[in-house]
Design a protein around this ligand. Structure first.
Ligand SMILES: Cc1ncc(COP(=O)(O)O)c(C=O)c1O
Length: 450
């Protein structure tokens, strides 16, 4: 990328350290500077338009440029630009949003607790789980199980939950109390001759074996995304959740559903919890909650969690936890308006209606000799790539394909060699076709260059 000395690109390289980037490569190649967005499209500072095939970071549900959210933010800014919910104070938007989320929850929930990011929501979940164990007189019940390839964030505890090597390497993580069980990806994890149903049962058996090996009385909770996102879009095999949930029940282990990606329509229901008939005790929500127009996340807890936590805060005299900006009135007002849009426009019904086209076009990518597997549900999916010439360098083919898609006007994201698709929920059927037409042409171009 040619960089003029005073260009935005050059200043970005000079002053900003990027997440999920190789900083040395960044120094050489710079970044793509996005300037504006409208619907499913974004535009860079050179006027090039892209389909945002990842909805930003799996998050801009209602699309870019939604004026109602801008107006909701402006109204709240005028009225009360900031207040908090510490001690015994509160404000209208946080109350309304808490009530709305508890009402929307697909399983009984008791309270909402606000945070600013998915990582903070999961981190807070861990802290409340530990607090609860102490409240119940079970101080040994502190271990948490998550899954290899699961993604739950990057704070010290949530990065420990995350089951991806690059979130641990050189960060001295994971924390010792956090354990990882089998990733439910059938193609890569199955044994020779194992059926999908048997694989699902073995995943549950692996979980039970881990619980027994560690001591069931030491395991406090299990964290999982209904469908794994950043680990490569791993859709659980049939029977997986039916086999796993009884194991948790058997040993009195809390279930935390990380709905940060799946929540608010992505899988074709309002929550992934409904798509897979889950019974979580806690749910973490973010991204689609405000369509990422404002940083906000929420943790929902049921009474099994709330009551002991409330008792413990009473014994100590205070729940010693909280973030200055949590439940921020502007973020909460934007989230409320965003949820109104999702409901008024029946975006969940819309996802249900166009998911068959999305999934058919995704599956159609397998006609490319580069694609060895496609997987998805609702409006989320991935195509896994492989080519002999690049087989020794995991991620190289994905990066090359990503760059080709970008050139052709499609922003996607490669997780190693899996190309993810997770567009804004407002995408139309014609735009789904436009997106996959570009992906097909991109794969053909990559194939031709190898
Ligand atoms: C399932 C899931 N949980 C948690 C997180 C962390 O959220 P944040 O990046 O807002 O901390 C993410 C982010 O991608 C996610 O996909």
């Amino acid at each position: 990328m040619a960089q003029l000395p005073n260009s935005l690109e050059a200043r970005d390289t000079a002053f900003q350290l990027h997440s999920y980037a190789d900083a040395r490569r960044q120094e050489e190649t710079g970044s793509l500077v996005i300037e504006k967005g409208d619907g499913i499209y974004v535009e860079d500072i050179n006027g090039k338009r892209y389909i945002e095939g990842m909805a930003g970071l799996w998050s801009v549900a209602v699309g870019f440029g939604e004026k109602r959210l801008v107006e909701a933010a402006a109204r709240q800014m005028e009225k009360l630009p900031y207040y908090h919910t510490f001690t015994y104070k509160t404000h209208g938007p946080s109350i309304e949003l808490a009530e709305k989320l508890v009402e929307m929850a697909p399983v009984p929930m008791s309270k909402a607790y606000f945070t600013n990011s998915g990582s903070e929501a999961n981190d807070t979940a861990i802290k409340l789980i530990w607090y609860r164990s102490n409240a119940l007189g079970q101080p040994e019940r502190k271990k948490i199980i998550s899954r290899v390839r699961g993604y739950h964030g990057v704070t010290i505890a949530s990065a420990s939950l995350t089951g991806l090597p690059n979130n641990h390497r050189s960060f001295d993580l994971p924390l010792p109390q956090i354990l990882h069980t089998t990733c439910p990806h059938y193609r890569t994890m199955k044994k020779d001759g194992e059926s999908e149903a048997d694989f699902a049962k073995r995943c549950a058996q692996d979980l039970e074996d881990l619980i027994l090996a560690e001591g069931p009385e030491t395991i406090a909770a299990f964290f999982a995304e209904p469908v794994m996102g950043a680990g490569g879009v791993v859709v659980p095999p049939d029977g997986y959740w039916e086999a796993v949930q009884p194991v948790l029940k058997k040993y009195g282990i809390l279930f935390v559903a990380d709905e940060v990606i799946c929540g608010f329509g992505r899988t074709g229901n309002m929550f992934g919890t409904e798509t897979y008939n889950l019974q979580p005790d806690m749910m973490t929500l973010s991204k689609g909650l405000s369509s990422s127009y404002q940083p906000i996340s929420a943790l929902l807890i049921n009474d099994t969690v709330y009551q002991p936590v409330a008792d413990e805060s009473h014994n100590i005299g205070v729940l010693g936890h909280g973030y200055t900006a949590a439940g921020h009135p502007v973020a909460a007002a934007v989230a409320l308006e965003n949820l109104k849009i999702i409901e008024e426009r029946d975006l969940v019904g819309h996802v249900k209606a166009i998911a068959p086209t999305f999934q058919k076009r995704l599956a159609g990518l397998a006609e490319s000799p580069l694609v060895i597997e496609t997987r998805g549900v609702g409006l989320i999916g991935a195509a896994e790539l492989k080519h002999e010439a690049l087989a020794a360098m995991p991620g190289a083919l994905g990066a090359k394909t990503n760059a080709t898609f970008h050139d052709k006007g499609l922003i996607s994201r490669n997780m190693l060699d899996a190309m993810a698709f997770c567009p804004p929920l407002i995408i139309t059927e014609a735009q789904v076709n436009e997106m996959f037409d570009i992906a097909e042409a991109g794969l053909e171009a990559v194939q031709g260059s190898l």
